[in-house]
Design a protein around this ligand. Structure first.
Ligand code: HAM
Length: 421
């Protein structure tokens, strides 16, 4: 026999019963978007490599080091999406959604792929919930985005998270600020690697986690102090709306995100229970993304939340997010005659919207009752041959172990009424 196969490095399987938590987290995070009128979109999990190279930015780690890029049999360069925003923007342009009513408000959820060094909370395949409002530059939309993300976390019951907020300026002020920062960094005694990083993207040096580098960065010019009048007014309006919406934030003037498309409002949600990979979500406005992908010169804003990391945060806070795992009713047939009735009853219950299950294979009474207990059902229906001959079945409360005989003619209605009560 050959070696059993394993999931690729940096990936994992999500299996029952833990998968119920994953679904609960995913669905709770998307509920605020649906309530706010965002429409669901699906795009392919792979795109032409240029969508990410141009959209996310060649100088980012994501594009230069972490993409799963391959040539297909037709000789095209394709890439498994490392994030969902660029693909959504590509669809917005391709389908000319910009010529309809704006903003176009969309959400999606799905797999993303990054060739990163795996560790707790950092995987090579992970799931993101993503929300975007395209085509309109209005600070109220920035605030709406941030509030929707915060609402999702709050609905899960999370408390130990913080919203980091800043403005990265735009074409009216970032180039001048960049010059200023390059000048400042040029006067510092930095190692070769950091110097090279400063040349590619000087803003990213500000985010260097090493204390010796941070110490030298004291007094570095900050974007927020050099915003143009229009971007400052935009940022002030965002903060005003956030105050009105009751969303607290922390000013994070050194926040640098891993993707190059951000302008103006930029944010990240961090959770204190996760160690090094503390970002559970992030996003911001992007003025240049549409044009970079061949679309019109319009702005957009959005965010993505990592479902897997949020699940870790939920577990770190010991929250119970699964309302009712498993089925409501479990049917236990004992004997061939009972089997047919069991299959029929389960079908009837499911059609009526009640979650129900039964045993398959020959499990015997003990095994079947164990399966009933494990199923999470509040009630079991035990169908024994002798009972059936008498025209009854036993309806058993699995929590109290009380049991009543129910005439077969009333069985479906009684089970339905009992488990729905
Ligand atoms: P991002 O910050 O790169 O933003 O990713 C968003 C979230 O995805 C992170 O906060 C984290 O929770 C999760 N995540 C990222 N990488 C990994 C990984 N290797 N393993 C597990 N979870 C991960 C974006 O992707 C932007 N597209 C967000 C956005 C939408 N900006 C505007 N619109």
């Amino acid at each position: 026999m050959s070696e059993p196969m394993r999931a690729p490095k940096g990936t994992f399987d999500t299996l029952p019963p833990d998968s119920a938590q994953f679904l609960a987290v995913r669905d709770t995070l998307t509920a605020p978007m649906r309530r706010a009128g965002y429409g669901y979109v699906e795009t392919p999990v792979f795109e032409d490599t240029a969508v990410f190279a141009r959209g996310v930015g060649e100088s980012t780690d994501v594009v230069s080091k972490e993409m799963y890029t391959f040539t297909d049999r037709g000789g095209r360069s394709l890439t498994l999406r490392p994030e969902l925003t660029a693909g959504l923007m590509r669809a917005f342009i391709e389908h000319r959604l910009y010529s309809g009513a704006l903003p176009v408000k969309v959400w999606t959820v799905g797999s993303a792929f990054r060739y990163e060094r795996p560790q707790a909370g950092r995987y090579r395949h992970f799931t993101q919930v993503d929300c975007e409002a395209l085509g309109v530059d209005d600070p109220a939309l920035d605030a709406e985005m941030v509030a929707l993300a915060a609402q999702g976390f709050r609905d899960l019951g999370l408390a130990d998270f913080e919203l980091l907020l800043t403005s990265l300026g735009d074409a009216t002020c970032r180039p001048q600020y960049r010059e200023l920062l390059v000048g400042f960094l040029g006067g510092l005694d930095l190692d070769e690697d950091t110097r090279r990083r400063a040349e590619i993207n000087p803003l990213r040096v500000l985010d260097d986690k090493r204390p010796e580098v941070q110490a030298r960065l004291d007094g570095a010019p900050l974007m927020v102090d050099h915003l143009s009048d229009s971007t400052k007014a935009h940022y002030d309006a965002v903060r005003q709306h956030l105050t009105d919406l009751g969303v607290p934030w922390t000013e994070a003037p050194r926040l640098v995100r891993g993707l190059d498309y951000y302008t103006k409002t930029t944010f990240e949600f961090v959770h204190s229970g996760l160690g090094a990979q503390s970002a559970i979500g992030g996003g911001g406005r992007y003025d240049g993304l549409s044009a970079a992908l061949g679309g019109p010169d319009v702005s957009g804003i959005g965010y993505a939340v990592g479902v897997d990391r949020t699940l870790l945060a939920v577990q770190a806070e010991g929250l119970d997010v699964v309302a009712s795992a498993g089925v409501q009713a479990f049917v236990v047939p004992l004997g061939a005659e009972a089997k047919r009735l069991a299959v029929r009853l389960v079908g009837q219950l499911r059609s009526a919207g009640i979650s129900a299950d039964t045993v398959y294979g020959d499990r015997g009474l003990k095994g079947a009752m164990k399966a009933a207990d494990r199923s999470g059902a509040s009630h079991a229906v035990v169908l024994g041959d002798r009972d059936l001959a008498d025209g009854v079945a036993q309806l058993r409360d699995l929590r109290t172990h009380e049991q009543v005989a129910v005439p077969l003619g009333e069985l479906f209605e009684r089970v339905r009424a009992t488990v729905s009560a």
